[in-house]
Design a protein around this ligand. Sequence first.
Ligand code: GRF
Length: 230
Amino acid sequence: MAPSTKSILGGRTGARTLATENSIIRGAVFASGNGSNAENIIRFAQNNPGEISIPLVICDQPEAGVIDRAKKLGVPCFVVPGTRATRDEQEKKILDILAAHGVTWVFLAGYMRILSASFLAHFPQRVVNIHPSLLPEFPGKDSYRRAYDAGVKASGVTLHFVDEGVDTGPVIAQRKFERVPGESFEDFRARGLALEYEVYTVFLKELCHGGRDQDRNRIQNSGQASGKMG
Ligand code: GRF
């Protein structure tokens, strides 16, 4: 069954809100690694130019594959490295870049840093992350690996709004997949990744159709139940 984010987004599918009428979504993609999710998001935007634009990618790893992917897709990639000790400084640089490009949404796609509460306050309910497990199971790093090694019979992916915790924000949508007996880790992970692209794409479609001014209570009270699709 295809995932739906309709009720998460306040049931506004098909109706643009006043705040966003005549404007398109300007989203920055944040990534730290290979960048296949980033590419999926950029391609979606390039196929829906009147609805959404990805003016830039932010990357914190100078050697990351996403840098080359962004270049091939014609999207500027800003590399802004940082350590835990320099997070404020790094976030300030990033905020300046986002402001200069009129960014209103942030799409995390394999971005391996925790954003501060003060950063998130600039984009209330507008920072989204894809996580490779059925949260709250296997939060944090290497989730496919840990799920696979734990011998789970099924795993999945979660799209969620980001709060200052580690993979704790309100769930937008989840998709589950069954483990195939005897399958390799690579196959297990590949099936998860394919679902990540699908879930992000469904969310972006819903977003483009007008459900942008989310209400936190609606998300938390009614959204979670309908967002958790098998
Ligand atoms: C994805 O599995 C994502 O969910 C996780 O890191 C991986 C990034 O893959 N946080 P890619 O860089 O998008 O290919």
